[in-house]
Design a protein. Structure first.
Ligand code: PMT
Length: 401
């Protein structure tokens, strides 16, 4: 997809419409020109003024609008667009497109335009599963419409399931793909993410705190840089990025086995997972009865996945993360030397701004000969900075001396 791609973003009336300003930004970041068209229902969720501010252009709302018709009317708009992206696309709007209805500006544009049509559905999980929606979906797929998502997870209605609109950055990525340089084209990157769960019995266990957000962001950024990405993740609820092979595990030993069976041929290994250092020496098959006033839990050391990868003869470029609550740089540097890895990304996990579960993070990237400070940013942006630095370290400029 070329820069300056002309996109009409059509917003229909779902709660996910609140993500539309972010989506506009993500499309513009990738070099697209964006015009926004809103359905009447969309305006119940977000104002046209907000979308005008982020897109830098008036928002189109009405099919018969004398002002618009003297400027860019609906036929001009239909001809202008290279892509029409409907996000969020409600079940109702999907049905309208299937039937070729043209009773408002957005549906008329879809009928009148030859542009590529992409939709990012968003709806309650039952509506997504409904036979009528399934039928409409199939019809749209058969007509060559690109379907982005939906993802799985918590829904605005309080239910959990498939129907969440794909995150704006992911929609933009799927639509415009090569917005960022393909630094890792042809490279294989293996990432670990999330916590591990070390069972005591079938209902109890010990774990580390980790939402998986940082590891998922690294996997997504690596994919966007053109790498073939495999992610081994511990128990988290986050939806994996599309295009990333994702292997779910529970315990550190399972994570170790999943990594070791895939690491051969890998160019870069990035251990973001908060692997539990210890596990209970005994795992009971049956739930332990809570009748004793105290019990003693014996813990034994888990395998160190990162150190084991770094010790291989065919070792990939090996990157760890250090979660610290004090003496950040000194402790992280010690891990860099002890585990004999190439890079460690040190982050502070203490306090309100701590790295765990926050959407943003700041870090110090420590390599063999220096330290780079990475300012606080959302985890995807931070992941981009980390991978850019790794690319430079792996491909140093030839010396001119
Ligand atoms: O998931 P989020 O909520 O977004 O939070 C992100 C994070 C804080 C978990 C992440 O940024 C982070 O710091 N991950 C590393 C957590 C950790 O376990 O740090 P550590 O200092 O204990 O371990 C150092 C390195 O050794 C890590 O790369 C870890 O994956 C690895 N390790 C540790 C123990 C072990 N048995 N095997 C390992 O491979």
């Amino acid at each position: 997809m070329h820069r300056n791609t002309r996109i009409i973003l059509g917003i229909t009336g779902g709660i996910a419409a609140y993500k539309s300003p972010d989506l506009v930004r993500r499309l513009i970041e990738r070099g697209a020109e964006v015009r926004v068209v809103m359905s009447r229902a969309a305006m119940e969720f977000i104002t046209p003024l907000t979308l005008q501010a982020v897109s830098g252009h008036p928002v189109h709302q009405h099919l018969l609008d004398s002002d618009a018709e003297s400027g860019m009317g609906h036929i001009e708009l239909a001809r202008w667009a290279e892509i029409i992206l409907i996000a969020p696309a409600t079940a109702h709007f999907m049905a309208k497109i299937v039937h070729g209805e043209a009773d408002d500006l957005l549906s008329a544009l879809v009928v009148a335009s030859e542009a590529t049509l992409a939709i990012a559905p968003a709806m309650n999980r039952q509506m997504w599963q409904n036979p009528a929606t399934r039928h409409n979906l199939k019809t749209l797929v058969d007509r060559g419409v690109s379907i982005i998502g939906p993802g799985e997870g918590d829904q605005a209605c309080g239910e959990v399931g498939v129907g969440r609109m794909t995150e704006p950055d992911e929609i933009a990525q799927q639509l415009l793909g090569d917005g960022i340089p393909q630094l890792f084209s042809g490279k294989k990157i293996l990432v670990t993410a999330g916590p591990t769960w070390e069972a005591i019995d079938p209902v109890r266990g010990i774990s580390n705190r980790s939402s998986g957000k940082m590891g998922f962001a690294i996997a997504r950024a690596a994919r966007d840089f053109g790498a073939t990405v495999t992610m081994v993740r511990g128990p988290v609820n986050t939806t994996p990025p599309s295009g990333v092979e994702c292997i779910g595990v529970q315990s550190a030993r399972q994570m170790r086995d999943a990594v070791m069976s895939r690491v051969s041929g890998t160019d870069i290994f990035i251990g973001v997972a908060a692997v539990a250092d210890y596990r209970p020496a005994l795992q009971e098959d049956q739930k332990i009865k809570a009748k004793e006033p105290e019990i003693v839990l014996k813990l034994i050391k888990n395998p160190d996945i990162l150190a084991e990868v770094a010790a291989r003869e065919d070792r990939p470029f090996t990157v760890g993360f250090a979660a610290e609550t004090r003496d950040l740089l000194a402790n992280a540097k010690k891990k860099l030397w002890d585990k004999k890895i190439d890079v460690i990304v040190a982050n502070d996990v203490s306090g309100e701004d701590g790295a765990i579960d926050n959407d943003t993070n700041a870090a110090s990237l420590i390599h063999q000969t220096g330290v780079v400070q990475l300012e606080r940013a959302d985890k995807y942006r931070l992941a981009i900075s980390i991978l850019e630095k790794i690319s430079v370290l792996m491909n140093p400029e030839p010396s001119t001396a």
